[in-house]
Ligand binder design. Sequence first.
Ligand code: HEC
Ligand code: HEC
Length: 281
Amino acid sequence: MNDLQKKTVISALMILAMAVLVPVYWLREPARQEAAATRIKHEAATRGAEFFLSNCSLCHGRTGDLLPGRNLRQTQMDEAALAKVISRGRPGTGMPAFGAEDGGMLKKFEIGELTTFLLNWDQSLIESAAAHLPPAAAAPISTPSPPPLPTATPKPVVTPKPGPATTIPGPTPTTRPTAPPTATEKPFTPAATKPAPAATPPAPTAAGDIQRGRTVYASLGCAACHGAEGQGGIGPALKGKDAASVKSAIRSGKGTMPAFSPAQLTDADLDNIIAFLASLK
Ligand code: HEC
Ligand code: HEC
């Protein structure tokens, strides 16, 4: 082969290679785009899970099924319906409005991240958010005997910032101010669950455990609707109600109030709630 022939052969090979590679590249492009879309979706769902843990799990539970008949983990609602409820809330119920346009704190894209999470529920995202968010953001899991709510011990949410300052040798002020929660950690405190003025410790009654009643009352969402001290809110004030009407409202539901079955609330805990309500002055 002379020089010219060699060059011709090389050019021909290059053209051939291009002819093969370019279509391969184009064929792979949708797959690449799909992978990128999956990654973006995963990131959105991860942030959505963090929002859910800090803003929603108080009422809906960490597993999304604390409110009877409103299992968010297996919601049948579509994206638009979810976004609407989250943004506007459900007036007349315990569901607050979260949309910035409705006086809430979540921007449209943040609500989008929430709906992405809700429609692709992945419990491990909640658990990993719980592992790195401050403990106060982590609401109880919906188990028959829930642990005390964070609202029972109202402490400000502060995250000590592990900064370089702590590693510098020498005199470090012991009372360093702690960092405020970051933007992704906006814990939502429904007005109804604000710390109540310290009441004189009520005497235990034979019928039920008042302290336990208070805990169950808070963790089942009663406090969210009826106020932490039963003072009323979305639902009526519960002071001075007789045990029989409390029982029937809880077991059968009433108006917009959901019913609580013995699986969700044992008879013993129902008595504890009644004891707690009876202790309210
Ligand atoms: C203070 C308590 C409370 C908080 C906090 C709360 N919710 Fe709700 N939510 C409710 C109640 C109560 C209902 C049921 C309303 C009704 O009776 O229709 C509800 C209903 C819903 C529904 C409709 C479910 C259905 O099947 O009808 C969605 C979706 C929802 N909430 C999502 C959220 C999300 C997401 C958050 C956090 C951004 C959140 N909620 C925070 C109390 C709350
Ligand atoms: C989603 C909000 C919501 C939740 C959660 C909720 N309630 Fe209610 N509750 C209401 C509303 C609203 C009413 C009034 C219903 C009506 O009369 O139409 C009501 C009524 C009642 C009544 C009857 C009051 C009366 O005047 O007879 C009792 C008692 C009661 N609730 C106790 C509880 C307890 C205890 C819990 C928790 C186990 C609870 N509620 C959870 C909203 C709620």
